[in-house]
Design a protein around this ligand. Structure first.
Ligand code: RP5
Length: 163
């Protein structure tokens, strides 16, 4: 049986961003598998992955892509699993292209779209954890602990950097 989360991305070059989703899932002790699946360069692989994802045991898909970022929308069209899209920051347009390609889905096929870049990848992992926590009490506990640690790490008063 596969782990609950699939992290897929359009290119090796997306891994630097998508690794933030993987690291966040690691810190929550939630299993994932990371794969390169391009809507443009490997369309057959994309179809095969999306069509079989639910039967393979995945429960949530995190999909990162940049530029003309069709991957999250195409995956969502092919599987009933929840798909969270991460717009990867592109060189030409700083990820505005990625964001708009992913976020403006027509009514009927949703992609939960996150922020551009690292924040989006981290939050896609946290959102996946929230979904899994609905029926996994241990994941729910670890997510609560993660949020408590985060809250505890925020100083109440600002300091000057050179102090
Ligand atoms: C997209 O094209 C990928 O998601 C990536 O963000 C972008 C550029 O890919 P490379 O040319 O770096 O492989 O499909």
């Amino acid at each position: 049986m596969n782990p609950p989360v699939a992290i897929v991305m359009g290119s090796q070059s997306d891994w630097e961003t998508m690794k933030n989703a993987a690291d966040t899932l690691d810190s929550l002790d939630i299993g994932y598998e990371a794969r390169i699946v391009s809507a443009h360069r490997t369309p057959d692989r994309m179809f095969e992955f999306a069509r079989g994802a639910r039967e393979e045991g995945f429960q949530v898909i995190i999909a990162g892509a940049g530029g003309a970022a069709h991957l999250p929308g195409m995956l969502a069209a092919l599987t009933p699993l929840p798909v969270f899209g991460v717009p990867v920051q592109s060189r030409a347009l700083s990820g505005q292209d990625s964001l708009l390609s992913i976020v403006q889905m027509p009514a009927g096929i949703p992609v939960g779209t996150l922020a551009i870049g690292r924040a989006g990848a981290v939050n896609a992992a946290l959102l996946s954890a929230s979904v899994l926590a609905l029926h996994d009490p241990e994941a729910a506990l670890r997510l609560d602990e993660y949020r408590a640690r985060q809250a505890a790490s925020v100083a109440e008063y600002p300091i000057d950097k050179d102090e």
